[in-house]
Design a binder for this molecule. Structure first.
Ligand code: ADP
Ligand code: MG
Length: 612
C-alpha cells in the first residue's frame, strides 16, 4: 500500500486529567507535541463570561478564579445519569443537572447547559489540532482509549464525543490493553500482566491474561477518587496552615494565593520524584516571603496511606483473577503519579519484581493506542483488528457441519447463545471445536480453537442440554463457553478471531463462500440427511431391541433390511437415493409406531383393566 492511500489514524488517550495523541511513524510510535514540545493537554474546558471557550493548560489555570464555569474531570460524567453519580456531583465545583430528554446528565454553565460529550469533544478538538499541526495534514480517524471498566453507555458517549469533534473513533480500546501493547507484551505467548494506573484523580488496576498473543482483561479494581490531586492537596494544606498560622478556615487564604499555592504544591511534588528536597517561597503580602520546605521522606509519610490503599486494590484484583502475586509475569506502571519513587518501590515489593517503567508513564496509553491505530490504517499487515466481525463464528456440529452463532459484520461487543445436545449415548466429554468462516462445512473454515466439556453425567443421546455462548468483547477477544445445564458443568476458551488474519484473507474467504455457494449447499444438505438417517437407524434399532415391543418376525426382518440399506447410503454420496430412502423409511416407521405402540398401549390398558 502506498503512502498516499494510507489513512492517517492517530491514537488518543482521553484522560481524566490530561489528554494526548500519538502516531506510529517510520521510527515507531511517538507522541504528537506542540511547538514547545509539550504533549499533554489538560482535560479542562473553561467558558468565559463573554462566550469565549478556552481548552487545555490556559483553562486549567482558570479553575480557581472561574470554578463554576471551568469543567475538569468530565470523563467522570461520560455516559452517566444522575443516579450513577451519587456523591460525585457534590465534589465538583461546577453544576451538574439532569437532562430533559435523556437519562444522561448535562453541565450548567450560566443559564445554558452542555453535555459531557460536547465538553469531551472540545478536548478532542484540541488534541486533534495539536496532532494536525504536528503532522501537517488533516486527521479524521482515531483510536480512543477508555478505562477497562467503562460500560457500553460510557464507551458510546466517548464515540459520540469523537463524532462531535469531527473524528471517527475507529476503535475504543481499553487503557490497560493499550499500555501492554506499548510495551510489546502481546508478543509473549502466555502470561499474566498487571497494569497499575495512578493518574491525577483516579486509580485503576487491571489484570490481563495473555494467551497466544491475545489480551483479556480478567479483573479490574481501583478507586475513582485517589490520585495525584490528593497528594497535591496534602501539600497545599501544610502551606495554608503556614500562611494562616494554623487557622485553616476557608476564606483565610487570599483567593489570589490559592491558585499559586496549588501550582506550587504540584510542582514540589513533581520535584520530589527526582530530588530529595523541595522548597518554596511565597509572597503573601508580608515583609518577608513565606518559606516552606518538604523532604522526600516526609512527603512519603504523607502519601503512604493512599499508596497502601492502591496496593490493597491490587491484592483484591489478583484475588478476583484467582492469582497470587507470584503468578504475575509483568507489571506495567501507567499514569503520571507512578513517577513517584515510593509508588514504584511499593509495587516492586508487592509483586516481587521490577515493574516496567521504560516508557513515560503518562504517554504509554497514547503510544499503545497509536499501535492499534497503525494496524487499522493498514500499516501493520500482520494483524487485523476490527470493530465488526469479519467472518462468521461458530462451532462444528455432527458430520462436520458449521453452525454459525455470530454472523459476519456483527458489531463488537456482541453475544450469541444456542442450545446443542449430544448424538451418542453416555457421552461424558463433549468436544467443542470453534471455527470461523463463511462456508457451510468446517473443513472449509478456519479453526480457531477447541476445548472439551468434561464431567457430563452419562445420559442418552439428545438429553444433555449444552448451552454454547459466544461473547466477543470490545477488544475483539472471543470467549466461547459451553455449559451443560442438567449437571452445571462448564468449560470455555478465549481466542482472537482476527488474530493473524489479513484483510486480503478475509476478502478471499468471503469470495470463496460465494463461488462455492451451490456446492456448499449440497454438502450441507448431505450432512443434514446423513444426520437424519443416522437418527432414524439409531432410534429404530433401540425400539427393535426392546423385548416388550410386539413386532412380528416379519416386521423385524423388514426393518433390519431397511436399516442396512440406510447405513449403506449414509456411507455414499448419492443425495437423491439417501433422501428417498429416508423419506420412505420415515413414513414406514411412523406408521409402524402408530400401530405397534398403539397395540402396546392397548395391551397395557387391558392388563390394567383385568387387574382392577
Ligand atoms: P490521567 O490519566 O488522570 O489523565 P495522568 O496520567 O496524566 O492523569 O497523571 C496526572 C498526574 O500525574 C497529576 O496528578 C500529576 O501531578 C502527576 N505527575 C506528573 N508528573 C509527576 C511526577 N514527576 N511526580 C509525581 N507526580 C507526577
Ligand atoms: Mg490515564
Amino acid at each position: 500500500m502506498s503512502n498516499e492511500t494510507r489513512d492517517v489514524v492517530i491514537g488518543i488517550d482521553l484522560g481524566t486529567t490530561n489528554s494526548l495523541a500519538a502516531i506510529v511513524g517510520k521510527d515507531g510510535p511517538r507522541v504528537l507535541t506542540d511547538s514547545q514540545g509539550a504533549a499533554l493537554i489538560p482535560s479542562v474546558v473553561s467558558f468565559l463570561d463573554g462566550g469565549e471557550v478556552i481548552v487545555g493548560a490556559e483553562a486549567r489555570a482558570l479553575s480557581i478564579s472561574n470554578p463554576e464555569r471551568t469543567v475538569h474531570s468530565v470523563k467522570r460524567l461520560m455516559g452517566r445519569g444522575m443516579a450513577d453519580l451519587a456523591g460525585e456531583v457534590d465534589r465538583l465545583p461546577y453544576t451538574v443537572v439532569e437532562s430533559d430528554n435523556s437519562k444522561l446528565v448535562r453541565i450548567a454553565i450560566g443559564d445554558k447547559s452542555i453535555t459531557p460529550q460536547e465538553i469531551s469533544a472540545l478536548i478532542l478538538g484540541r488534541v486533534r489540532e495539536q496532532a494536525e499541526a504536528a503532522l501537517g495534514c488533516t486527521v479524521e480517524k482515531a483510536v480512543i482509549t477508555v478505562p477497562a471498566y467503562f460500560d457500553d453507555a460510557q464507551r458510546q458517549a466517548t464515540r459520540d464525543a469523537a463524532k462531535i469533534a469531527g473524528l471517527t473513533a475507529l476503535r475504543i480500546v481499553n487503557e490497560p490493553t493499550a499500555a501492554a501493547l506499548a510495551y510489546g507484551l502481546d508478543t509473549s505467548r502466555e502470561g499474566n500482566v498487571v497494569v497499575y494506573d495512578l493518574g491525577g484523580g483516579t486509580f485503576d488496576v487491571s489484570v490481563l491474561k495473555i494467551t497466544q498473543g491475545v489480551f483479556k482483561v480478567v479483573a479490574t479494581a481501583g478507586d475513582t477518587h485517589l490520585g495525584g490531586d490528593d497528594f497535591d492537596r496534602t501539600i497545599m494544606e501544610e502551606i495554608f496552615a503556614l500562611i494562616t498560622g494554623g487557622d485553616n478556615r476557608p476564606g483565610k487564604v487570599p483567593a489570589e494565593a490559592l491558585q499559586q499555592v496549588r501550582l506550587s504544591a504540584e510542582a514540589m511534588k513533581k520535584e520530589l520524584s527526582s530530588a530529595e528536597n523541595a522548597m518554596l517561597e511565597i509572597d503573601v503580602g508580608g515583609e518577608q516571603p513565606l518559606h516552606y520546605e518538604l523532604d522526600r521522606a516526609r512527603f512519603e509519610a504523607m502519601i503512604a496511606p493512599s499508596v497502601e490503599l492502591t496496593l490493597k486494590c491490587c491484592r483484591a484484583a489478583l484475588a478476583d483473577a484467582g492469582l497470587q502475586a507470584g503468578d504475575v509475569d509483568e507489571v506495567v506502571l501507567v499514569g503520571g503519579s507512578t513517577r513517584i519513587p515510593m509508588v514504584r518501590r511499593r509495587c516492586a515489593e508487592l509483586f516481587d519484581r521490577e515493574p516496567h517503567t521504560e516508557l513515560d508513564p503518562d504517554r504509554v496509553v497514547a503510544l499503545g493506542a497509536a499501535i492499534q491505530a497503525d494496524v487499522l490504517a493498514g500499516g501493520n499487515k500482520d494483524l487485523l483488528l476490527l470493530d465488526v466481525i469479519p467472518l462468521a463464528l461458530g462451532i462444528e456440529t455432527v458430520g462436520g457441519g458449521f453452525a454459525k452463532l455470530v454472523t459476519r459484520n456483527s458489531t463488537v461487543p456482541c453475544r450469541a447463545t444456542e442450545m446443542f445436545s449430544t448424538s451418542v449415548d453416555n457421552q461424558t466429554g463433549i468436544d467443542v471445536n470453534v471455527f470461523q468462516g463463511e462456508r457451510e462445512m468446517v473443513a472449509d473454515c478456519r479453526h480457531l480453537g477447541s476445548f472439551k466439556l468434561s464431567g457430563v453425567p452419562p445420559m442418552p443421546a439428545g438429553l444433555p442440554r449444552v448451552e454454547v455462548t459466544f461473547l466477543v468483547d470490545a477488544d475483539g477477544v472471543l470467549t466461547v463457553t459451553a455449559r451443560e445445564q442438567r449437571s452445571g458443568q462448564e468449560a470455555s476458551i478465549d481466542v482472537v478471531p482476527s488474530h493473524g488474519l489479513t484483510r486480503d484473507e478475509v476478502r478471499s474467504m468471503v469470495k470463496e463462500s460465494i463461488v462455492h455457494a451451490h456446492e456448499d449447499f449440497a454438502n450441507r444438505e448431505l450432512v443434514e440427511l446423513r444426520n437424519k438417517a443416522n437418527n432414524l437407524v439409531y432410534g429404530t434399532t433401540r425400539v427393535l431391541d426392546m423385548p416388550e415391543m410386539p413386532f412380528t418376525d416379519e416386521q423385524r426382518t423388514d426393518l433390519n433390511a431397511d436399516i442396512q440399506n440406510l447405513k449403506k447410503l449414509v456411507g455414499g454420496d448419492d443425495i437423491e437415493a439417501l433422501k428417498a430412502a429416508c423419506d420412505a423409511f420415515g413414513e414406514k416407521t411412523q406408521a409402524l409406531a402408530d400401530n405397534v405402540i398403539g397395540e402396546a398401549i392397548k395391551a397395557e390398558l387391558s392388563k390394567g383393566m383385568t387387574q382392577a
